[in-house]
Every structure is written in structure tokens, then in C-alpha cells.
Design a protein around this ligand. Structure first.
Ligand code: AOF
Ligand code: ZN
Length: 348
């Protein structure tokens, strides 16, 4: 087995906590000596032990760490946060080499973990290849704002809905399950008030219980005019209303209202940044998405395409309306999901 094979094992560990680590990164670790895997570990949950520490705890005997190699998908941390610094524990355990997937973009660590290890006789090597585990985390610390993803489902002729503002289920079960995975990877989900009115979505993650639920955000002109009998208000989890007017009606504890004269995409993104949220999924409707495109704040597009023609009486697709200029995206991945196709594209 080579370094990259052990790193692949560490990645497999890391992804076990998908959706569980909130704004913390997914991290996996493997301890190897003389070609033998002695222990593995991963970061289970926001606020809990880091991957390296869990791997050390899984050794049959702590002394086994002496002279071993640690494979870890992210640079060991060097700061006191909710957990003490891992680099100290790794060096103190007598680990000889640390093979690292990526340098931590978080400024509290950012190379300081590696520096500490090197100053304490631990060799390090950054081999890359694990960045995709934490796309939003990396984006947030590099760009100082959340990664914004547009998600929509459309017919083969590029339509979103049948005419008459009627909810149209275009895609099949596999695509709908996939949307759940997408929600699992986002800390906030945004829709316009019209989507709440017409589609009445839950916007919840139903794959597994999560320690932190994504914040469901509704963009509305007047929070007082929202219909509180809609499903979103009947399910647990935080809801933020972005409104021009203060909410005067009595509301549940999980509902917060933020007011601004005009909630532009830039303002929405700033609000999330101020709350340290690293990812935003914009689920619709078409006007809200068009505004994000026009503001050049649609970093990723996930389009589900159903092999159905809705015809001329249907409503047109999201991106056409306000997106005045041409924007180039690069396709990252195309996948069939049952009868449908999922296309993921990133802004160039
Ligand atoms: C994790 N899990 O396995 C590793 C992390 O508040 P704390 O103490 O949990 O610190 C979080 C930071 O620690 C995180 O942003 C990253 O820089 C570093 N490494 N974090 O949650 C882990 N190795
Ligand atoms: Zn750590």
C-alpha cells in the first residue's frame, strides 16, 4: 500500500460523519506502522474530539504510536478551540511522520500545525487530494463568504412548472433522494415566499437525525403575510425570515426575523458570513435564483433534468429572466439518477 492508499482509507473514515460536523470539517485519520494499520478514527460531531485524537484513542496500546506514521486528511490543528491542539498530542505520542491531505485554510491553524510538528521532530508531507471533502469549509475560509449553490429541477424543454403556478413533480425518487444529500451538505437553505406558497416544501433533511439542522431561510417582502399553516412552519428546525417589515404576529421560538429595506443577494450572503455559515443552497424559485445569477453569487449550479416535455403552456426556467449577462460554468459532474440526469457545474 502506498501513501495515497492510506489517505484513501482516511477519507473513507472522514465521510462517515457527513452532515454531522456542521461548520467543522470532515476529517479522517489512519495510524500505520510497518505496513500495518494500527488504528483509524474520524471527527464524529461538531464540538467533539478531532480525528487524530480518535485514531490515537483506538490504538490497542498508546505506546504503539511511537515511530508510526499518521495519515490525516487535514493538517492537525494548533489552537485551543472546542478541543485542545492535536499537533501537540501527535508529537507527544511519538508519531514520526504525518502525511497530510491538505493544509488547513482556517487562519487559526493555516500552516501552524505543520510548523509545530516540524519543530518537534515530526516529519510532515502534504500530498493533496482531500480538498473535495470540505468544499464549503475551504471556500469560506478562502473567500470569506459562504459557497452558494443553485438547485433546480427542469423538464427537457427547460421548464420548471406547469402553467398556473402549480407544483409539478418533475423528477423521480432517486433525484429526490439526491436532493436530501445536497441539503445535508448545506448549512442554510433559501427559498422565496412564492415557493413556500406554491410548493409548500418542508426543506428538511430526512436521511438521518442531525445534531444541527440547516437553517431554512424565507425571503419575503412582508413576514406578516406568510401563511403560518405552511409545512415549513410545522416542522422542527430554525427558520429565518428575511423581510422588509418587522414580524408583529406571534410566532414559534424557532422563527427569527431579520429586516432590511431590500434583501439583495449580497446582503443575504453577508448575513450568513456574519453568522459563520459556510454554505447556502438556493432552492428557488426562479426569481430568487435569477437575482443570485445577476449578482454573480451563484458559485455552483446543480440541475436535475427530467426527460419530460412540459410544452408551451409551462412556465419558463429559472436562469433566463434577470440574468442579463453571459456567465460561463464548468461541468464538474454528470450523473444519471433513475430516469433523470443530474448536472453539477461550477463558475469558472
Ligand atoms: C475538527 N475536526 O478532526 C480536525 C479539526 O473548535 P475546535 O477545537 O473543534 O476546532 C475546529 C478547528 O480545528 C477546525 O476549523 C480545523 O481548523 C481544526 N481541525 N477540526 O472539527 C477535526 N482535525
Ligand atoms: Zn485538532
Amino acid at each position: 500500500m502506498q501513501d495515497k492508499d492510506y489517505m484513501r482509507m482516511a477519507v473513507k473514515e472522514a465521510v462517515k460523519a457527513q452532515g454531522m460536523t456542521w461548520t467543522n470539517p470532515l476529517v479522517g485519520a489512519v495510524i500505520v506502522k510497518d505496513g500495518q494499520v494500527l488504528a483509524t478514527g474520524y471527527h464524529h460531531q461538531y464540538g467533539r474530539e478531532h480525528a487524530e485524537v480518535n485514531a490515537l484513542l483506538h490504538l490497542t496500546k498508546f505506546e504503539e504510536a511511537r515511530g508510526a506514521t499518521l495519515y490525516v486528511t487535514l493538517e492537525p490543528c494548533s489552537h485551543y478551540g472546542k478541543q485542545p491542539p492535536c499537533c501537540k498530542k501527535v508529537a507527544a505520542a511519538g508519531i514520526k511522520r504525518v502525511i497530510i491531505g491538505q493544509v488547513d485554510p482556517h487562519e487559526v491553524v493555516g500552516g501552524k500545525g505543520i510548523k509545530y510538528l516540524n519543530e518537534h521532530n515530526v516529519e510532515t508531507e502534504v500530498i493533496g487530494g482531500t480538498e473535495y471533502l470540505n468544499e464549503a469549509y475551504n471556500f469560506f475560509y478562502r473567500q470569506q463568504r459562504p459557497l452558494v449553490t443553485m438547485k433546480y429541477a427542469m423538464s427537457l424543454d427547460g421548464k420548471l412548472n406547469e402553467a398556473g403556478n402549480k407544483r409539478t413533480m418533475l423528477t423521480g425518487e432517486a433525484a429526490q433522494d439526491d436532493v436530501q444529500q445536497l441539503r445535508l451538505r448545506n448549512q442554510a437553505i433559501l427559498v422565496g415566499a412564492n415557493t413556500v406558497r406554491v410548493d409548500d416544501p418542508l426543506l428538511t433533511v430526512r436521511i438521518r437525525p442531525l445534531p444541527q439542522l440547516p437553517i431554512r431561510i424565507v425571503l419575503t417582502r412582508d413576514a406578516n403575510r406568510l401563511d403560518l399553516t405552511k409545512k415549513i412552519f410545522k416542522t422542527p428546525g430554525p427558520i429565518w425570515l428575511l423581510s422588509q417589515t418587522e414580524l408583529t404576529e406571534r410566532h414559534e421560538e424557532n422563527v427569527r426575523c431579520f429586516t432590511a429595506e431590500k434583501w439583495t443577494p449580497a446582503k443575504i450572503v453577508q448575513l450568513l458570513t456574519d453568522h459563520n455559515l459556510q454554505s447556502l443552497l438556493v432552492e428557488g424559485g426562479s426569481n430568487v435564483q435569477a437575482q443570485f445569477i445577476a449578482a454573480a453569487l451563484a458559485d455552483e449550479v446543480v440541475a436535475y433534468i427530467a426527460p419530460t416535455l412540459l410544452g408551451g403552456s409551462a412556465l419558463p426556467v429559472a436562469m433566463g429572466q434577470e440574468a442579463s449577462q453571459k456567465v460561463h460554468y464548468q461541468v464538474c459532474d454528470v450523473q444519471t439518477l433513475g430516469p433523470d440526469v443530474r448536472l453539477r457545474a461550477r463558475r469558472e
